[in-house]
Design a protein around this ligand. Structure first.
Ligand code: HEM
Length: 396
């Protein structure tokens, strides 16, 4: 597989990344190589992945060259996002919003999230066939994050294009064209959020933007506020859409597990954890070594790039027995789908709750939902696991 042309390799990789992961893991769980013209250490072992994510010597960095002048808006906004900041800035930016995303705060959102799911389902349930992604998961996740951030409902349809462009611009498979598109999208989002900030500074509402704008002492600069809003919007909706569709796909492809959940709905939490492990929406986390580090008998040099392949770590046979089997009662299930260490996903409680509610809503007609085709097409991405579309029949 590794000797094929890049296009063929990318195609096979997006269809089934797991055999590639296994192939390089069998050589070394910390494999030195170069894929899609990105040289670095490709980490497929669970313990090694965990060690790297928790070790401050492996730092985060923006996906564009720091020096680029061509894609200034995209580079500048990435530079101000907590996701791409290191301590001490990282902690300051994260602390300003983290209290909004604790499990207890998110639980309070349950009633409105359930209402969004039910209203959407009621608008679809008489159809014979739907695309779970564009008809349900996108509008659902968009409405939820829009309400939390403070974006009017009627604007939600514009984020899909934004999210698709920004995700493509940070993936290994990106072309120059996708970076240009990412830069244009950033400019559009900045105009949108600047306008929203003006509105919310005059008439605050019960939402995150109003809260951040009206803090007693100004803790965020306007640029940081804009970057935080863009990060939350993209991170908070694109991966959640993929979690919902990947989860339904895993369940429908594994009828025994699906029926277990129908018979025992209290398994929903552990079922979603298994979906997170089995088809992790984020497949790769990039780091750079800030000093020389010895790990697993390999010498990682200062400045080396390290790519943690989460989807591989989550099936490492040293950590998960029968890791290629989908088992909704798996316990314990310490997957790394939300990362680990200081950048552990801020929105994990929200993503979990949204996925649990979405799946419960979609399967409530007791097994009468069927995949149109067992084979689906995956998007041309290697850092994310996302289907292009997912058609199901609703049998009434
Ligand atoms: C299934 C859904 C989701 C998945 C799989 C996911 C995955 C991840 C992962 C792997 C990271 C770590 C990145 C790194 O270490 O470099 C991360 C960070 C982050 N996620 Fe999520 N995420 C999801 C949903 C959300 C939601 C709903 C939100 C927003 C409300 C969100 C906001 C963030 C933020 C702000 C960070 C950066 C945290 C930091 O740098 O301290 N995510 N996410």
């Amino acid at each position: 597989m590794m000797n094929q042309s890049t296009d063929r390799f990318t195609f096979e990789m997006t269809e089934n990344p797991y055999s590639f992961y296994e192939e390089i893991r069998s050589i070394s769980p910390v494999y030195k190589g170069s894929f899609w013209k990105y040289p670095g250490w490709f980490v497929t072992g669970y313990q090694e992945a965990l060690t790297i994510l928790k070790d401050h010597r492996f730092q985060t960095r923006i996906p564009l060259p720091e020096t680029t002048k061509k894609y200034e808006a995209l580079k500048d906004i990435q530079n101000r996002m907590m996701l791409f900041r290191n301590p001490p800035d990282h902690g300051r930016l994260r602390k300003l919003v983290s209290h909004k995303f604790t499990p207890a705060k998110i639980e309070k959102c349950r009633p409105f999230i359930e209402k969004i799911a039910i209203d959407l389902w009621n608008s679809l349930k008489n159809k014979r066939k739907i695309d779970v992604i564009s008809d349900f998961a996108y509008p659902f996740a968009s409405l939820v994050i829009a309400k939390i951030i403070g974006i009017p409902d009627e604007d939600k349809d514009i984020f899909r294009g934004w999210a698709l462009n920004l995700i493509q611009s940070i993936d290994f498979t990106r072309s120059r064209r996708s970076i240009v598109d990412g830069n244009l999208t950033t400019l559009e989002m900045l105009t949108f959020f600047k306008d929203l900030i003006i509105k919310r500074s005059h008439s605050p509402q019960d939402d995150l933007i109003s809260e951040l704008l009206h803090q007693e002492d100004k803790k965020l600069t306007e640029e940081e506020l804009l970057a935080t809003a863009v990060l939350l919007l993209i991170a908070g909706h694109e991966t959640t859409v993929n979690l919902i569709s990947n989860s339904l796909y895993c369940l429908l492809k594994n009828p025994k597990e699906y029926h277990k959940l129908i018979e025992n709905p209290s398994l929903i939490e552990s079922a979603i954890e298994e979906c997170l492990r089995y088809e992790s929406p984020t497949q790769m986390i990039a780091r750079i070594a800030s000093e020389d580090v010895e790990l697993n008998n390999v010498q990682i040099r200062k400045g080396d790039h390290v790519y943690v392949l989460i989807g591989a770590a989550n099936r490492d046979p040293k950590q998960f027995s029968n890791g290629d089997d989908f088992e909704i009662t798996r316990n314990p299930n310490p997957h790394l789908a939300f990362g680990s260490g200081i950048h552990f996903c801020l929105g994990s409680a929200l993503a979990r709750l949204e996925a649990q509610i979405a799946i419960q809503t979609l399967i409530q007609n007791e097994g009468k939902i069927e995949l149109e085709s067992k084979e689906v097409e995956w998007r041309n991405l290697v850092g994310f696991r996302a289907m292009k579309e997912m058609y199901v029949h609703l049998n009434h």
